[in-house]
Design a protein around this ligand. Structure first.
Ligand SMILES: C[S@@+](CC[C@H](N)C(=O)[O-])C[C@H]1O[C@@H](n2cnc3c(N)ncnc32)[C@H](O)[C@@H]1O
Length: 212
């Protein structure tokens, strides 16, 4: 995602009640921050946070954490969240998921990967969030069964992910090659989903799980 720098991004992040500055301190203890034992769902690459905010708003008895590695993107999202009611079941982290094993330990219920960067070049394959390198890193963060829900407009990334997840032992429980044509699907749109579906792109979705 290319965005113009915003000057006061550090202040926005520092002053936000959503942002956790030193996430490593809470490894294995995220429930203490939320102050309850509700399940915790995570979105990696949360962008401007509209999906994770809406999930948290609609599901007050579930805790949500969004991770975004680009500070400017997260700051832009927080600027928008500051105009909305505060949600105590949402936390945000400015962090690279490459080091995810440093911040979670057996505490995540479901991982959402929405419109992850496709990294189409073969030499960048390791950067895809459904590459084996990442799937391996995710292992220790799940509390029990590993659950991943993914949406994308990118057919190549989608097919790649079906293969890597399956080869890594995940079972594909549900899969759609045109999510928006499914009338019964209770879908919360992301920023990219809104943008690409307006352009007529099909939205692919999968729901995968792996028992411990
Ligand atoms: C294409 S955007 C999609 C944003 C949002 N999920 C949506 O659907 O509108 C992908 C986002 O993932 C973030 N991202 C990519 N790799 C990441 C990583 N390793 N750790 C954290 N965030 C990452 C990018 O910075 C970017 O903001």
């Amino acid at each position: 995602m290319r965005v113009r720098n915003i000057k006061n991004k550090n202040d926005i992040l520092k002053n936000s009640n959503y942002v956790i500055d030193d996430p490593c301190l809470y490894k294995g203890k995220w429930n203490t921050l939320f102050g309850n034992n509700y399940k915790i769902c995570l979105e990696i690459g949360t962008g401007k946070c509209s999906f994770i905010y809406e999930m948290a708003r609609q599901n007050p008895d579930v805790n949500y954490i969004g991770i975004e590695r680009i500070d400017t993107v997260l700051a832009l999202g927080i600027k928008e969240l500051n105009n909305k009611p505060f949600l105590s079941n949402l936390l945000l982290i400015n962090y690279d998921a490459l080091k995810i094993e440093d911040i979670f330990d057996k505490e995540i219920d479901t991982l959402y990967l929405n419109f992850s960067d496709p990294w189409p070049k073969k030499r960048h394959e390791k950067r895809r969030l459904t590459n084996f390198r990442f799937l391996k890193k995710y292992d220790i963060m799940f509390l029990s069964d590993k659950k991943i829900i993914m949406k994308t407009d990118n057919r190549e990334l989608f097919e790649y992910s079906v293969v890597t997840l399956s080869n890594y032992g995940y079972k594909i429980n549900d899969l759609s090659l045109d999510l928006h044509s499914k009338e019964d699907y209770n879908n919360i749109m992301t920023e990219y989903e809104d943008k690409f579906s307006r352009k007529g792109c099909k939205i692919y979705m999968l729901n995968a799980s792996k028992s411990i």
